[in-house]
Design a protein around this ligand. Structure first.
Ligand code: ADP
Ligand code: MG
Length: 372
């Protein structure tokens, strides 16, 4: 017997140690990420699925009513008790992740405490643009290196900027290498007083803009940071390498609507701009197809049934003709995406009769993704 050829998602599962699920909001990114993770666990892998989506969808889909935290929680896969696989889930908390990095790279616990207590740190840890994206990438790196897991599946937030984390490590490196950052680090190196530093023209200007107190906090922060910047920079480089390595695979999720297809093509372009490829595409929420008849054949069959006095049968055929016409229209909507990524990358998942809010629902989605 011939074994069927591997699908794009089969290859992802065979080769990937990190899978990133991306696409616009509401298409089923979180659902797809959880279903892929569940299937990989059923195949025997130890999988952790991470969401950066604050909407708690992942917890809901996994039936975890208590929600998720920044540490992986084991999910009981009740109907697959015999597999060696494990499923874990977590939700990214950027601030806690940043605190963890500070602890890791501080030379002493006192240095870490000084940074964590600093007002400027609190502001950048939460608000600096790119921090959240960088922490997502950082968490990915940590989980990838965690011996407990063979595979990390990441669900991205429902925004156009979802792939900003690809650039985040480089942005952090640029920041650390920046002249201003070096200038701010200077006083700690030279042992100068903060007052002298504040007299420097560039700092006087910043002080006028952001206020003296913020500036004092900022200078104290950079002084406290002394010695850690190399660790941070090396780490950012390693994270960036991981995101661009062949063990990281990107899965695009879309639904049969013009706007989500356009978004998916935008994401594919965004990946290509970073020299990354789309490994597989999930087109979710399609009209289910029944039987092999085309819309035209079904319409003809309904006319024939009508003519032979079978009104009930005619109604069924008419119904089928309508559904098939709808499915054909959806195919036309996704055609540009299929043309961009190639037909073999595409995985079709029908719209289920119900929302996916438990393992049973995820299993159904996984069955469509992996044709088991
Ligand atoms: N194939 C499907 N059939 C039915 N409901 C689905 C399907 N895929 C996803 N859903 C539901 O659609 C909603 C959005 O899915 P979700 O995975 O949260 O999207 P995203 O993460 O892209 O915003 C959820 O309520 C989910 O249960
Ligand atoms: Mg989501």
């Amino acid at each position: 017997m011939n074994t069927p050829p591997l699908t794009a998602l089969d290859i992802v599962l065979r080769d990937a140690q990190i899978i990133v699920s991306c696409g616009s909001g509401g298409v089923g990114k979180t659902t797809a990420a959880a279903a892929i993770a569940l299937h990989a666990a059923a195949l025997g892998k130890r999988v952790v699925v991470v969401t950066i989506d604050p909407a708690r969808r992942l917890a809901d889909a996994l039936g975890l009513s208590d929600g998720l935290s920044n540490e992986p929680t084991r999910v009981e896969i009740r109907d697959e008790p015999d597999t060696p696989g494990e499923l874990w889930a977590m939700m990214l908390d950027p601030a806690t992740t940043f605190d963890g990095l500070v602890h890791q790279y501080a030379e002493t616990p006192e240095q870490a405490e000084r940074i964590l207590a600093n007002g400027f740190y609190h502001n950048i840890a939460g608000a600096l643009s790119g921090t959240q994206e960088y922490m997502a990438a950082e968490k990915l790196y940590q989980l990838h290196r965690d011996d407990r897991f063979d595979l990390v599946v990441v669900d991205t937030p429902p925004t156009r900027n979802a792939l900003d984390f690809l650039d985040a490590p480089a942005t952090l490196t640029r920041f650390i290498n920046h002249r201003l950052f070096r200038l701010l680090m200077l006083p700690a190196r030279k042992g100068l007083k903060v007052l002298n530093v504040a007299a420097q023209p560039v700092l006087r200007t910043i002080g006028k803009v952001v206020g003296g107190e913020v500036l004092t906090d900022a200078i104290a922060f950079f002084q406290a940071f002394e010695g850690m910047e190399i660790g941070f920079r090396d780490r950012a480089d390693a994270v960036s390498d991981l995101l661009h390595s062949p063990i990281t695979h990107y899965v695009l999720v879309a639904s049969p609507r013009h706007d989500t297809v356009d978004e998916a093509r935008y994401f594919a372009g965004r990946l290509a701009a970073s020299d990354l490829a789309v490994a597989a595409v999930v087109v979710n929420r399609l009209q289910p197809r029944f039987g092999d008849a085309t819309a035209e054949e079904a319409r003809e069959a309904s006319v024939l049934a009508e003519a032979s006095g079978r009104a009930d049968l005619a109604a069924l055929w008419r119904n089928l003709a309508e559904l098939r016409a709808l499915a054909d229209a959806e195919e036309a909507v996704i055609a540009p995406l299929v043309a961009d990524t190639g037909a073999t990358a595409i995985h079709r998942v029908p719209l289920l009769s119900d929302d996916v809010h438990d393992l049973g629902g995820l299993r159904q989605i996984a069955d469509h993704l992996f044709r088991v």
